[in-house]
Design a protein around this ligand. Structure first.
Ligand code: 7TS
Length: 408
């Protein structure tokens, strides 16, 4: 049973930064880790550390059971049909690159189209751009509405019978916009294309059901959902994964190796060459247990409350613009903003002097920055451990920075 005081599970929050209690508002970059996840890593290294899928010894069996147990937790968490469809990766970036290199190279050719949006993170843009260049395909962008949302009219305009791959983020790491990836998947399928979903900013925040979404691939990162760094997941429909070539070759992904040719292991091992991130997967399993105890529906509901509070509070600061849809109900828990006459890097430095961690920059979304007509922004992003007091401190900090830079 999770205590109401969720913050108490996060030891890192219990410290001062520059003489002030830490206010961590950078969870869209990476989330903090609860004690349950830290303890799971400690237990693994102290008692169970061993390689997986190899030995007959007890430690090897324990490590394998825990690693494969984590895969089953992931399967349930996103409601995949089978653990064969769950591939452990290094993170979202690695998963999207795998789809582009393996599925993309085999199925996209000259004159075909790949469709993405202007709100994609570089990780869901560059792999497709490079695939398009290598295959002489066309990379097309779905236009955004003025408020930073996607309209189904524009989606239908962009996806045609030439489209082979549609890849869209579940939620924008800059605008907070939550996209209707289920409806987009339907349009993709009607046109004979596959639907790839970048789940980096979606899966940590809301209930995700891959069968309901009917997406063909979904990539996400453990570190943004209370899990360790270095572990992520690529979900793929079995029918695709069975027909795809591995991207990396080496130990553990083979069936038979001859001098001139080899055959591949069954799913999911075919896509997991080498010693996997065993501790990371086990830690991700512990993170999933933690999130399930809180309840994914409670997490997004709380983020809507915090976003609403942040909108109300920050909009009283003169000269402050919040980007993206102005309705907190259709966003995840983050606010990206600028204030007149203060560079976001200066703002972030001023906030840091008060113990407040926000991100400033282009957020790995340069085409979106261009669309917003700015070079950089500040971003405060919330997760399960944030509360209204954090947002009060953010607003006070922004006011302080505005006055400070007006007088220098
Ligand atoms: N896709 C989206 C939408 C993201 O926000 C990120 C990371 C990624 C993909 C890449 O994830 P990774 O775990 O493979 O690195 N976004 C951010 C961010 O907004 N600030 O730092 C990282």
């Amino acid at each position: 049973m999770i205590k109401d005081d969720i913050r108490s599970y996060f030891p890192i929050l219990n410290q001062e930064i520059n003489g002030n209690p830490l206010v961590y508002l950078d969870s869209a970059a990476t989330s903090q880790k609860p004690i349950q996840v830290i303890e799971s890593l400690k237990k693994y290294y102290e008692f169970d550390n061993s390689n997986v899928h190899r030995g007959v010894h007890t430690l090897g069996n324990r490590a394998t059971d825990e690693y494969e147990g984590a895969r089953e937790k992931v399967r349930q968490f996103i409601n995949a049909k089978s653990t064969e469809e769950i591939i452990f990766t290094r993170g979202t970036t690695a998963g999207l690159n795998m789809v582009a290199s393996s599925y993309g190279r085999a199925n996209v050719g000259e004159g075909d189209e790949i469709v993405i949006t202007y709100m994609e993170h570089h990780s869901n843009l560059i792999p497709w751009q490079q695939l398009a260049k290598a295959t002489n395909a066309t990379l097309k962008y779905i236009e955004l509405e003025a408020d930073g949302t996607l309209s189904m009219d524009e989606v239908k305009k962009a996806i045609t019978s030439r489209t082979k791959i549609v890849s869209v983020t579940m939620a924008s790491n800059v605008l907070g916009t939550i996209n209707d990836v289920k409806a987009i998947a339907q349009v993709a399928h009607q046109n004979g294309a596959v639907m790839v979903v970048d789940g980096a900013q979606g899966v940590p925040h809301m209930k995700t059901d891959v069968q309901d979404l009917d997406c063909d691939f979904l990539a996400f990162s453990g570190h943004k959902m209370c899990g360790p760094t270095g572990i992520g997941v690529l979900y793929g429909k079995k029918e695709h994964l069975l027909n795809m070539e591995p991207v990396e070759f080496g130990g553990e992904m083979i069936n038979f190796v001859g001098l001139q040719d080899s055959t591949w292991a069954d799913l999911p091992a075919k896509f997991e060459a080498g010693t996997p991130v065993i501790a990371g997967a086990i830690g991700l399993g512990a993170a999933i247990d933690f999130l399930n105890e809180i309840g994914m529906d409670n997490i997004i509901a709380r983020e809507h409350e915090l976003s609403k509070y942040a909108f109300e509070n920050l909009s009283t600061v003169e000269g402050l613009t919040i980007y993206g849809p102005q309705n907190p109900e259709i966003r995840t828990g983050l606010v990206t903003f600028n204030i007149d006459d203060v560079h976001p890097h200066d703002l972030a430095t001023a906030l840091d002097s008060r113990g407040i961690a926000v991100r400033a920059g282009h957020h790995c979304a340069q085409p979106l920055m261009k669309w917003l007509n700015c070079v950089a922004t500040a971003r405060a992003s919330f997760y399960v451990y944030n509360n209204e007091a954090d947002i009060d401190k953010l607003a006070e900090g922004v006011r302080f920075a505005k006055e400070y830079f007006a007088n220098v």
